[in-house]
Design a protein around this ligand. Sequence first.
Ligand code: FMN
Length: 376
Amino acid sequence: MRNLKRTGVALMTLALISSLNLNALAAVEDTGYADIDAGSWYADAVEYVRDNGLMSGTTATTFEPGGTTTRAMLAQILYREAGSPAVSGNDTFTDTQEGAWYADAVLWATQAGVISGYGDGRFGPNDPVSREQIAVILCRYAGSPAAQGEDFADEASISTWAADAVDWARSAGLMTGQEGNRFAPQASATRAETAVILRAFRTMNTPETPETPAEESNVLVAYFSATGNTERVANAIAEATGGDLFELTPAAPYTDADLDWTDESSRVVREYENPEERDVALTVDTPDNWADYDVVYLGYPIWWGIAAWPVNDFVASNDFTGKTVIPFCTSSSSGLGESGQLLADLAGTGTWLEGERFRSSVSQEDVTAWVESLGL
Ligand SMILES: Cc1cc2nc3c(=O)[nH]c(=O)nc-3n(C[C@H](O)[C@H](O)[C@H](O)COP(=O)(O)O)c2cc1C
């Protein structure tokens, strides 16, 4: 067992550098947020960014509307919006971490000229993004269109490098200012404000389509993701299939310390070494309308060569009769291995296909091509 652990060390190093919890960006489907008042000015926008996979809760039940948006988060949001294209190379910033959850997004954002560093070698991934920075970043992402805007009362405090972008953001209706015709350029954007701005930006770029009654999907994309990699692939599969997302959320969520496989007494190591402790209860075992799904994609990270065990509860609790199940996983380097077969054995019902392992930076294009190749 210790040999296995040693072998796993090299494979897992990369993954565990990125053990920052990406739940801040995780999609929360079909649940309300306890801290979002339905009557608030941002409630619709929060719902919009959640449903469109742009932002999600900080936990399964909270959004933290007053929390700050960091520069790395905004890079990640726009990277997703751009379809998470493949990137290569490393950034040259002194304060970004190789392999971090935001690494691909920061590299993409800088290479695409959407977000630049501070000029002193720093990117400031954890710095709150200011309102004028958001204007500049979205303006660049939109292709730096020229625009004229009316002046704000505090126009003089807008940085010169942001003035044109603020004009554009105002004229495009993205950022209309605060009380007293103030723009508050250096104030950090709260998560609620970011949601409102992103919705305005998205709907500006996406022509409104006439409302048609939503067709019920017969595809479910169920997944567990501890650090966001599998979630990214799940989102891409949902995008490709039009399927419904269902996140498997442990009732006792895994903290960074819980996931620290280098700590002999951490939760994952204890569970790994004692299979009887791998019975992880989920907040919800069965999605609504379970009977209506014919195709179930089931995603998980590989933990020590097998499916991360928080998926077991979902697999063991549901009847897969008549359903086609396609396992998929992300890992540092291991393949799918026997993970799908072991889950099929645990389920005992359903038609289980071979499945696929993805690298965490797989593009939407590649995921869509894989989905189409299944011919389901
Ligand atoms: C406890 C633990 C065990 C892991 N074991 C393996 C492994 O055996 N092989 C591997 O390639 N990656 C391993 N990894 C890396 C994860 O599979 C990889 O980072 C995955 O993409 C994480 O997915 P997530 O972000 O959806 O949680 C392990 C990670 C953790 C936390």
